[in-house]
Design a binder for this molecule. Structure first.
Ligand code: HAM
Length: 417
């Protein structure tokens, strides 16, 4: 877990502010959920990895609780318990800190931040396409270059395995191996379940069916899985989604028919976003149609995405993209002597009212020391409040960059700055 100094915090907040703007443009309402939830809720349908890595504890009431490792479970709970009567769909947005006992390394922390968008109530490809478009728009608006999407559909592999009567939790184990790119182990695990030779051959080909020409990859995938009805339906669903995002944002993703993500709740399209400079995903998401009913709600199909805020900041740093610095003037107000402190306060209040950031010298420094400090900190202007000028309703305004100063009347001060 880390501390964020002002410049670092500013980069995080810049990304968050941008994401909030995207939420507004797409009509997503912000929600705030607790950092602590029941362990059972967070554990259900997440993954073995996440279950083992949660910060879990018993509270004073003897309940098993945990720090949230992601938002989706909390949002599904909120929808199941408080939003069932609301008109569909619900478009929800949230951001905040999450906790996983991951091995700390580049871009992987035990406390990290996410930006999360969830579209609840629709099982149509339009909904999946919207979540992909939001992700695309966020990357663009942050100025991130050369980002690419990796996309698949969990229904392809699950469809094959279900038809071969492989139990759901055994399927989840296999998905986790695939998520970790342990393809050979996954194939061996499938073999050990006593599935048909045809199944093994089909899965092997699925894992090799990948590429940038989405139409071709999915055509090939469909032919390969033709014996497995729901796998075919999954390919067709992905075809429709990709046609929609191609025409809306021009997305040309890397399609992997055998793509798997660790989380167990996914039922449909799944995806991750990358930049060439980093091996780890900046964000990921997908469709989860059964989670809300699992938490006691009516059946409600849903699709969403979470962006790693920390990783977006890292990607921007790698690509040399500066967080939008405040373009406002930044002024220091220096009283010449203690008796002019009140006047300095008054003038700084006047500047702030005019939206000009102003700091009063609180160190009791002499004017020359205060000016050299202002220089070091990069102030654009200094206002020196001296007794002689003040008698005529004036102050000294110094332009720090030009190293020039002149006497101006107080009522023209904000205009002059
Ligand atoms: P996830 O892939 O586990 O999905 O996490 C999403 C993103 O959170 C990752 O791509 C990464 O950027 C960031 N992240 C995860 N773990 C860490 C970590 N230890 N340190 C830094 N960043 C991390 C989810 O959490 C799903 N809830 C996404 C989703 C929303 N699916 C549907 N709706």
């Amino acid at each position: 877990m880390r501390d964020f100094l002002p410049e670092e915090a500013q980069r995080m907040r810049h990304v968050e502010n941008t994401s909030r703007e995207i939420a507004r443009l797409f009509g997503y309402g912000e929600i705030i959920t607790p950092v602590i939830e029941s362990y059972e809720l967070l554990a259900a349908k997440s993954s073995d990895e996440i279950r083992q890595r949660m910060f879990a504890f018993n509270d004073l009431g003897g309940r098993k609780m945990a720090l949230r490792p992601e938002f989706t479970a909390s949002i599904a709970r909120l929808v199941a318990t408080k939003m069932m009567r609301k008109p569909k769909p619900s478009r929800l947005f949230c951001l905040g800190s999450l906790y996983r006992y991951d091995e700390p390394q580049f871009g992987r922390y035990r406390e990290f931040w996410q930006i999360d968008y969830e579209l609840i109530g629709s099982n149509k490809p339009e909904a999946d396409a919207e979540i992909l478009a939001i992700t695309y728009n966020l990357m663009e608006r942050l100025g991130i270059r050369n980002f690419y999407f990796k996309i698949g559909h969990i229904g392809i592999l699950r469809g094959i395995l279900s038809q071969e009567k492989v139990a759901e939790d055994q399927q989840s184990g296999i998905m986790q191996l695939l998520d970790k790119k342990r393809w050979d182990e996954a194939l061996t695990a499938i073999q050990e379940l006593g599935v048909s030779q045809e199944c093994i051959a089909t899965v092997r080909t699925v894992l090799e069916t990948r590429g940038k020409d989405a139409r071709k990859v999915l055509r090939d995938a469909k032919i390969n899985v033709e014996k497995y009805e729901s796998a075919v339906a999954a390919v067709e669903d992905l075809q429709e989604i990709l046609e929609l995002v191609r025409s809306s944002v021009g997305l040309e993703p890397l399609v992997e028919a055998g793509f798997a993500r660790g989380l167990e709740y996914y039922t449909g399209m799944i995806f991750e976003v990358y930049v060439p400079e980093m091996e780890i995903a900046l964000g990921g998401g997908g469709r989860y149609d059964k989670l809300i009913e699992l938490f006691g709600g009516e059946p409600a199909p849903a699709v969403g995405v979470a962006q790693g805020t920390d990783r977006l900041v890292l990607a921007m740093e790698k690509q040399g993209i500066a967080a939008e610095a405040s373009k406002k003037k930044w002024v220091t107000v220096i009283p010449v002597g203690a008796e002019l402190r009140a006047k300095a306060f008054e003038l700084s209040a006047m500047l702030r009212k005019a939206e000009i950031p102003a700091e009063v010298d609180v160190m009791g420094r002499t004017v020359s020391k205060a000016l050299s400090d202002a220089n070091k900190r990069g102030f654009t202007h200094a206002v020196i409040v001296g007794p002689e000028e003040l008698k005529e309703g004036k102050v000294v305004l110094r332009n720090m960059k030009e190293r020039e100063q002149r006497i101006v009347t107080i009522d023209r001060l904000t205009k002059e700055i």
